[in-house]
Design a protein. Sequence first.
Length: 564
Amino acid sequence: MTQPAASSDKPLDFIRQIISDDLQSGKHRRIVTRFPPEPNGYLHIGHAKSICLNFGVAQEYGGRCHLRFDDTNPDKESREYVEAIIRDVHWLGFDWGEHLYYASDYFQQLYEFALALIKMDKAYVCHLNSEQIREYRGTLTEPGRESPYRNRSVEENLALFADMKSGILPEGACVLRAKIDMTSPNIVMRDPVLYRILHSHHHRSGDKWCIYPMYDFTHCLSDMLEDITHSLCTLEFENNRALYDWVLDTLHTPTHPRQIEFARLNINYTITSKRKLLQLVEEGKVSGWDDPRMLTISGLRRRGYTPAAIRNFCAEIGIGKRDSLIDMGVLENAIRDDLNQHASRVFGVLEPLKVVITNYPEGMEEEVVAQNHPQNPAMGERRLPFGRELFIEQADFMEDAPKKFFRLSIGREVRLRYAYLITCQEAVKDASGRVVELRCTYDPASRGGTAPDGRKVRGTIHWVAAAHAVPAELRLYDRLFTVEEPDSDKERHFMDFLNPDSLKVLNDCMLEPGLAQAQSEDRFQFERQGYFCLDSDSATDKKGKLVFNRIVSLRDSWKKINPQ
């Protein structure tokens, strides 16, 4: 028996308990799981939960996990989506080795299984259209009615199915349905459709096929053909488990994987429907599938999330049997916890205000030493240029400051982090009365930010030397929607709740000079401002500026700003 690779005091979730019991009893010697995405869109944070579960339990129990594309709907699938999914799963830190599969690999076998069902009088060709099939199916309180084509002979069904396959019949002319029970309390079992006609080009099989199997028929047989032991899926497939088992039992397949359902991941202020995400992309509400406001894996990556943070988030929320709504703050705290340990600290001024130190010698420059991570000396230090002219944050000056404002004001002294103590003497204004420059003096004896006479200075602010500042564009992202469940309102469209302030662009930011050497997806903590990542798709804008995305603020301020 193979035990989990790592022990923990945390009790096993119900899926891991089932797997442990199956190994302990000898039912399985080695477990095999699979992650089976449909290539009809990019993966999102909900898929990350399934990826971490399927690959995670395989790793923990010494088994293997397959990546399989359930590519049975050529109208909505593309090679772009296949490549994006492969890229995202790899980026999350998982590998399937040689076990990459496609449902389209099994089209011939699936066709033969369908023939077998027809020959067993367990499937028939039906000429009802989709609306009629829905009408005949009945409701939750009323049984369905049998199709008038249900009792065709086996020979007639075989001939009609051959016509479907040959391409002589148009789309919608007929379908192949399972013959189960039109009075079943489970509507899924009321003669579900197994095959339909689609005269569409498939991204892998080309034009070889014009009939395509339905997901429920494909999935269980693909699992069986790959010797999957535990087929883990989300709760919306719970009712479909009866059909999963019926197909395998009726065909007397040599193995019978066990389908187990778990609660899907729902996060507030977002949506995870690929259809609706595609609508956002196609209607230009976002810049693409990798827009940093989207909780697609590509979007999270571009924004600056790390694979470790996403894996830790999935581990923290756990695996349950009931759907729930996870607070966005839990995901944001996961990236904060990760970056707090690993991100270098740097200076970035988001809304610059010029400071001239009038008693600092003109033309003189020096360097001050700054820690890359004050809590982790092993990350080393860097040297920052310092001179007569600096940039500080506009918010760090207030002309008529209250008593508890501990930053710059006329006559007040603050500490320039790692540098000197300065005192503001004058605020220069433009014609409109806006403060555009501060004139300050510094204490030459306070190098390093410590007063030689021991006087206490409560305020400490960050800064950037004007002569060496790197201009940058910073993109500040917020929740994409203004309500917790944007797609739950029956009377309003989910796009009605788009947040008009989900993206704020700051064009005139100034960064410390070392950031000019940043590489794509490098992550930093801009001290006092948040965590930022060099944008992967646009490292510089059209004017040559660096472009950084804010990954997350230093603390969760959403609930303070937006109380429920």
